[in-house]
Design a protein around this ligand. Structure first.
Ligand code: GLN
Length: 487
């Protein structure tokens, strides 16, 4: 544990302890206590973590008062009654600015709530504010935010991971009991691993995306960060389910995730993909993940060596598909409907151009260019279509594997959290930070990162657990077993 870690990690920061505190001292007092902690530590005069972009104080306190009323009357206030949470700034919340970490949306206030925001509040949660992230969720270190970098609470000179860096850091620093992030190619799981918290990528279609600012629509998903697997199950139970406002949300019953955690893992078949332990994997991470796999074996799991042969094509396929979809999604930001508009333009075309030139940061521009290129006539077949074909092969690898095993376990990241600034000038090195995360994204399956130890320097290590489409229950059971190992 780093010296700063001791002062920033709040060990009692669980949903159960927050609920209990709300019951004993009121949700209003609890919200104030969390706001006090954020005011003291998050900003430049504190630890400079910079995880919050905006606080939604008025709305939070109104919700806390509502919950307190219910509790005082002895009524059921929901599974998250009074629990302080926060959401990544790519999710719409009425009355709060939504920037997606970009200047092009500065000052824009959505007039509606994302479905996940409504669901959190219906479950009694108190939403404290909006969390910093890479611009339009593009990045692996949270250094692409137009509103400043986020520091890793476990080591302040290091990145928290990205793009949901603020969401991971806020939970790790004890600024919220749980948070929401979005994951397109790893943006929940990778920062969870870097910050030593639990992060869940639900199956594509499991959680509504209504009100999520889109990056790459065939990949984007919303999911929770928590301090424990149990809390992840609670959050997923609140978030999951069909939403008539999102045509891509699945009309399937939602499992009893907490109930599933009571089932032992003995007898489960755990696949260990050989491709995830090759060159480039940090030795300490490798050792920690192997220890974890041995621990699962001791709990009665059967370990099966498997192969996911198309793994090495996942990064290139992902960066073609994701940039193509991003170039299309981001065309809506043109100075007409959202955010600021370039004032000096003389023609409409010039207005689009100047607004986008000033509004987007360098990584977003790079991706729009790449995406436009791979979709253009003459290159479409060579790049975009090819990437979609590769995507099918990556997905088929998983289908074949899940015919033999119940879950797949491997490292979450090739390295622990890296230093701020270390990779900012090398986009390809940055893209390789996603080497173990993008395959599950392309395949649409569920995945999660669970802490499984620390390096000699005290940096958190995450293990990734993947399961087949809509089998979050099995994934969470394995996650709990990993957590129980106590590494
Ligand atoms: N790091 C990946 C990227 O930059 C993933 C981002 C994400 O999941 N939103 O695209």
């Amino acid at each position: 544990m780093s010296a700063t870690g001791e002062t920033t990690i709040s060990t009692a920061n669980s949903i159960a302890s927050a609920r209990e505190a709300a019951r004993q001292h009121t949700a209003t007092m609890l919200a104030e206590r969390y706001y006090g902690r954020i005011a003291e530590l998050d900003g430049e005069h504190g630890l400079g973590i910079n995880s919050f972009l905006a606080l939604s104080r008025e709305r939070a306190l109104a919700q806390a008062e509502r919950v307190d009323g219910l509790l005082a009357r002895g009524e059921d206030a929901g599974p998250l009654a009074g629990v302080p949470v926060a959401v990544k700034d790519v999710l719409a919340m009425r009355g709060a600015a939504a920037t997606a970490g970009s200047k092009i949306l500065a000052g824009w206030q959505p007039s509606y709530d994302a479905t996940v925001v409504s669901r959190l509040e219906a479950a009694g949660a108190v939403i404290l504010g909006k969390l910093n992230c890479d611009e339009f969720a593009m990045g692996s270190s949270n250094e692409n935010s137009a509103y400043g970098v986020v520091r890793n609470p476990r080591a302040l000179d290091r990145v928290p991971g990205g793009s949901s860096g603020g969401s991971a850091a806020a939970v790790a620093a004890g600024f919220a009991a749980a948070t929401l992030g979005s994951d397109t190619g790893g943006s929940i799981r990778q920062p969870a691993a870097f910050c030593g918290v639990v992060g869940v990528l639900p199956t594509y279609g499991r959680v509504s995306r209504y009100g999520l600012i889109a990056f790459a629509s065939s990949l984007d998903r919303v999911g929770p960060f928590t301090t424990s697997v149990n809390d992840a199950a609670t959050m997923l139970g609140v978030l999951a389910g069909k939403d008539s406002r999102d045509a891509t949300s699945a009309d399937r019953p939602v499992d009893d995730y907490l109930g599933a955690l009571a089932e032992p893992v003995a007898g489960l078949k755990i696949g260990v993909p050989e491709e995830y332990f090759g060159e480039g994997l940090d030795e300490e991470i490798k050792a920690a993940v192997e220890r974890t796999i041995e621990g699962l074996q001791q709990q009665g799991c059967e370990i099966v060596r498997i192969s996911l042969p198309h793994t090495r094509y996942a990064i290139p396929a992902y960066y073609v598909v994701a940039t193509a979809e991003a170039s299309s999604n981001l065309s809506r930001f043109d100075g007409v409907r959202f955010g600021p508009r370039a004032a000096e333009a003389k023609t409409l075309a010039q207005m689009f151009k100047l607004t986008r030139e000033a509004g987007f940061g360098p990584e977003v521009k790079r991706r729009i260019l790449l995406g436009t290129y791979v979709l253009s006539a003459g290159y479409y077949d060579a790049y975009y279509k090819k990437a979609q074909q590769v995507r099918s092969l990556v997905a088929r690898d998983f289908l074949d594997a899940f015919a033999k095993v119940d879950a797949i376990v491997g490292p979450m990241t090739p390295t622990p959290a890296f230093k701020l600034g270390e990779k900012v000038d090398d986009p390809v090195a940055m893209y390789l930070a996603d080497v173990y995360s993008v395959a599950a994204s392309l395949a649409g399956i569920c995945g999660m990162s669970v802490p499984c130890g620390t390096t000699r320097d005290g940096l958190p290590i995450g293990v990734q657990i993947m399961a087949k489409h809509f089998d979050e229950s099995t994934m969470l059971r394995v996650g709990l077993a990993v957590e129980d190992l106590g590494n």
